[in-house]
Design a protein around this ligand. Structure first.
Ligand code: ATP
Ligand code: MG
Length: 554
């Protein structure tokens, strides 16, 4: 007996019902970004959800730029969005669409509504329209232009298209119900005059459709069956359904809403990110402290880790906020067995082995990943002068400090036991050199069992070490204060969100390329920065540290 427990999210339940009842034969979903900024982790959720559903039900996934609003759109964003979606692994095959390609059909759709007596040209000003609209508690009033004849409306709408009017002089409105309890249904504007240049259609149009009118048409034209969007559109669904119904599409698409993904104490809003970019607080939309997809990629996140994260978050109707630590958990899980574990001294201090022959270098065989033998071994040079991390030595250790201190013996990872015999300081009291002796009997891998040590520390051989810059990150937001300043709405920034260190890494990293990532033992996972790293001047971003208090919810 199969005893499979499958929990389906509510969208899957709707789709399966629609398939079973014959409302559609095959599933078609879409991702419809507005090309007015870079995509972020929230969009990744929507992309992977839509693509995942198409895959699961053997359907299609369309990519469509919702470029009906010419003011804010830029081709730069079109390219970044395409690259990000491809990187995430969502494949639209040959179905890359632009809503602006449907302007002709949208115009015809508006004409159809006029002919059915379901749309009219209105001369009220924006302010009057607002006044006539009523409030949540009071119904609206009919526009004095509501009862224009079909002929007059057709002529005026054509004039709108032909550039006879100034911006704002006339609009086309759906004729629905000014007394509807849903304000979206009170004769919403469906076309406006806007003498604006469009990034794809140029100056061909001086009227542009409104989102609520355009979106269902785009979906219907493409044969989208399930138009998945976020909760703020729930109140717009009656209008979506009205448009689809009045235009008499044979395969009416269905709108389904789910809750947006929010990360606690993390900024996703385009407006704020744009400001941080413009103010030079971050070094672009892909600054590794951000959660745009480009930033996550640059930081060293993988598509697999983002997919795991999105799946853990689940799909729901209830607004909630997820901890960033969960994203960190996912990248650790993803990299754990895949990446080599190498040594780096992030805050280097010299360690000299007094009894090791000067000028000698021996090559030790070190496992690349103790948990995954398939990654093999590498040769790591060892010699008399090494770098270790400053925090692995203390002059006066507290209790339970098992690392290096005068008189104490530790294991150098993959190498020998060393015992601290002396150290030197500069005038400021800063440790400049640590002197040790080593015991040749204790070489790693020889089965030495003579005695035990409690601490193991990492190291890098000084003469062959590579200089590298590492960038250590904290949240760009000051978590104590929360994201937004209560007084002026600005962001509460953490002044310590970026720490740059000059460090030494082992020579096996000499050929590391952009986006390559590694575990630096005991320090975390690091990724070669794609923007600033050079073969002779490596730059690494810390993706995530190794430790976490995060536990998967049961
Ligand atoms: P933002 O204002 O955060 O940049 P947006 O909603 O303006 O987002 P669009 O380009 O309009 O961005 O969105 C494209 C798609 O991504 C829409 O279907 C939208 O519902 C979805 N989306 C946007 N933000 C999120 C989020 N935080 N979680 C899940 N889906 C999202
Ligand atoms: Mg938007």
């Amino acid at each position: 007996m199969e005893n499979e427990v499958v929990s389906k999210n509510f969208i899957e339940q709707i789709i399966e019902k629609d398939l079973a009842e014959g409302h559609c034969d095959a599933v078609c979903t879409r991702f419809p970004p507005e090309p007015n900024g870079y995509l972020h982790i929230g969009h990744a959720k929507s992309i992977l959800l839509n693509y995942g559903l198409a895959q699961k039900y053997n359907g299609k996934f369309n990519m469509r730029f919702d470029d009906t609003n010419p003011t804010k759109e830029k081709s730069e964003f079109v390219e970044s969005i395409k690259a990000d979606i491809q990187w995430l692994g969502a494949d639209w095959e040959d179905r890359l669409f632009f809503a602006s390609d449907y302007f002709g059909q949208m115009y015809e759709a508006a004409v159809k509504l006029i002919k059915k007596g379901k749309a009219y040209v209105c001369d009220l000003t924006a302010e009057q329209i607002r006044e006539y609209r009523g409030t949540l508690t009071e119904p609206g009033k009919n526009s004095p232009y509501r009862d224009r004849s079909v002929e007059e409306n057709l002529e005026l709408f054509e004039n709108m298209k032909n550039g006879v009017y100034q911006d704002g002089e006339k609009v086309l409105r759906a004729k629905i119900d000014m007394a509807s309890p849903n304000i979206n249904m009170r004769d919403p504007i469906i076309y406006r005059v806007a003498h604006m240049h469009h990034h794809r259609t140029g100056d061909a149009w001086c009227i542009y459709p409104m989102y609520d009118f355009a979106h269902p048409i785009e979906d219907a034209i493409e044969g989208v069956t399930h138009s998945i969007c976020t909760l703020e559109f729930e109140d717009h669904r009656p209008l979506y359904d009205w448009v689809v119904r009045e235009l008499e599409y044979e395969q009416p698409p269905k709108q389904i809403e789910f809750a947006k993904l929010y990360l606690t104490n993390v900024v996703t809003g385009k407006r704020y990110i744009k400001k941080m970019v413009e103010d030079g607080i971050v070094d672009g939309w892909d600054d590794p402290r951000l959660v745009s997809i480009a930033a996550l990629k640059r930081r060293g996140y993988t598509p697999e880790s983002i997919k795991m994260f999105v799946e853990l978050c689940g799909v729901s109707k209830a607004q909630s906020s997820v901890d960033y630590a969960m994203l960190e958990y996912c990248i650790r899980e993803d990299l754990k067995l895949k990446k080599p574990r190498v040594m780096a001294a992030l805050d280097p201090v010299k360690l000299i082995i007094d009894n090791y022959p000067e000028g000698q270098i021996e090559y030790l065989d070190v496992d690349n990943n103790l948990e995954n033998e398939d990654l093999g071994k590498r040769k790591v040079p060892f010699c008399r002068e090494l770098y270790i991390d400053r925090e692995d030595f203390m002059e006066e250790p507290p209790k339970k400090y098992f690392r290096l201190f005068p008189g104490n013996e530790v294991r150098l990872m993959g190498a020998y036991f060393v015992k601290c015999v002396s150290y030197e300081k500069d005038a400021d009291g800063k440790i400049t050199e640590i002197h040790c002796t080593y015991d040749p009997e204790t070489k790693c891998g020889t089965g030495f069992t003579g005695r035990k040590v409690k601490g193991t520390i990492h190291w890098v051989a000084a003469p062959t070490a590579l200089k590298a810059e590492v960038r250590l990150y904290e949240n760009i937001i000051d978590e104590e204060q929360g994201v937004y300043n209560k007084e002026d709405g600005s962001l509460n920034l953490n002044p310590n969100s970026l720490e740059i260190r000059q460090c030494f890494v082992e020579p096996s990293l000499a050929d590391a390329k952009a986006y390559d990532s590694f575990q630096f033992v005991r320090q975390g996972y690091f990724c070669v920065d794609a923007k600033d790293s050079r073969p002779d001047a490596l730059v690494f971003n810390r993706i995530v540290s190794l430790k976490s208090s995060f536990r998967l919810p049961k």
